[in-house]
Design a protein around this ligand. Sequence first.
Ligand code: ADP
Ligand code: TYD
Length: 206
Amino acid sequence: MNLKKGYFITFEGIDGCGKTTQMELLADYLRDVKDVAVIETREPGAKGLGEKIRGLLLDYDGEVSPQCEMFLFLADRAQNIDMIVNPAVESRKIVLCDRHTDSTIAYQGYGRGLDIEELTTLNSLATRHRKPDLTIIFDVDVQTSLCRMGKEHDRIEAEGAEFLNSVRNGYLTIAKMEPDRVKVIDATRSIDEIHKDVVNLVEKLF
Ligand code: ADP
Ligand code: TYD
């Protein structure tokens, strides 16, 4: 299939919601069935410098200032947008990104309590104002998230149920505020059922 333009699709939700599983399934579907060029990336931790920033953010076990954490996520995002996302979208590819700006609003804003308006301005700066064409939030309750995460937790996953619940409510608020861009999928169902919904949403874009 020949695309008239590139597309940027982001995958969001609380830890363990299943977004990485769904992103991989969609990438295979788009490549194998639709025959389109797909680039997969993630935040934090895009290929290259992003991987180093991801290590700083998730593995450090000392105290981290919320502001420092926020700027590291934003620095990682700027690198991902400039080096990976924008060049691929401009050459008419489909970019799938595991977490993006809404993670900062949900985790640093609704989770840690940083100012949401300021975060929105900083997100725009880091992305050079690019907005995803579609954002899918994989919604699960906190209990399901904790079960799917298993026993090994990184620094942010270790925050616990109350934090995750605020983050989840943050995501649902974002979806209400931007219904055209942001779609919520019930991700407590089977992997196959969720995949079908994802394909339907993405095909409406083309
Ligand atoms: P995330 O990227 O949101 O952290 P993953 O895709 O890595 O989530 O999934 C977390 C765990 O949950 C993995 O072990 C995965 O196999 C499992 N999982 C993903 N989707 C589902 C689902 N719909 N039902 C049950 N388990 C799932
Ligand atoms: P990730 O590895 O994608 O989490 P998971 O696969 O467990 O869902 O992301 C790492 C963590 O970083 C995750 O707990 C969410 C957090 N995060 C933020 O707090 N703010 C951000 O802006 C981003 C991109 C991620």
